[in-house]
Ligand binder design. Structure first.
Ligand SMILES: [Fe+2]
Length: 222
């Protein structure tokens, strides 16, 4: 989706608000598509947590670092670094690994390869180091993850796990992170505007596709 399609006559704060609204619609749609955890088989529940872990444990810090490298606005990097600081200081990948192991859902090679193509697409997109598009993609991610956490906790419950540190931490702290990332987006757009024909939602669309793959898993017929 280009900026011209989104909001031809909007600029500055109103463009930021319109983008935030569009992200909210995309997140609502993703959350609305989630299955009822109680209706998942144990293998479906295991696979979902395993794919999520295969993607997030080793990539969230990478994604945020790539966005930090891409950002041109001086005030944006401290916002992204605060996020990275918490990830590293509180060892969020350790929390996620514990969460997956407690649910007997640590990813196998097959789980990781089931999301490989869509994960690669997100990595290659971030490698383009586009400040605005990358920041928007991470803002979308933070917005989605806080809404996804109660579901992920319920899926772990299906597998008999009571380990909730990862889901509890990310359901709360990411409310603040989301607001900060949308502030970062406004700052980055002000200093590093993208051209009218550029695809503002390039990374959002790729990440949305990856999220759908995590949730749905491989096509059984494939
Ligand atoms: Fe985290």
């Amino acid at each position: 989706m280009s900026t011209t399609i989104l909001a031809p006559q909007l600029q500055g704060e109103s463009l930021g608000a319109a983008i935030q609204q569009q992200i909210a619609i995309i997140v609502d749609d993703l959350i609305g598509q989630l299955p009822n955890p109680a209706q998942l088989s144990r293998e479906q529940a295991r696979g979902l947590i395993a794919r999520y872990t295969a993607v997030l444990e080793g990539n969230f810090i990478y994604w945020m670092t790539a966005t930090c490298l891409a950002a041109k606005a001086e005030e944006v990097r401290p916002i992204l670094e605060e996020n990275l600081y918490e990830e590293v200081r509180d060892a969020h990948p350790v929390m996620l690994r514990r969460f997956a192991i407690a649910a007997n859902a640590f990813p196998t090679d097959k789980d990781a390869l089931d999301v490989d193509t869509d994960l690669t697409n997100v990595r290659l997109f971030l490698g383009k180091l586009q400040g605005v598009q990358s920041t928007l993609t991470m803002a979308f991610f933070e917005c989605w993850i806080q809404r996804f956490m109660p579901f992920l906790a319920d899926v772990a419950g299906v597998l008999g796990s009571e380990e909730r540190v990862y889901t509890d931490v990310h359901g709360v702290c990411d409310v603040h992170h989301t607001a900060e990332l949308f502030r970062a987006l406004d700052l980055e757009m002000a200093i590093n505007p993208i051209s009218a024909d550029a695809d503002l939602f390039e990374g959002v669309d790729l990440l949305r596709t990856l999220i759908v793959s995590i949730v749905q898993g491989p096509n059984p017929a494939a």
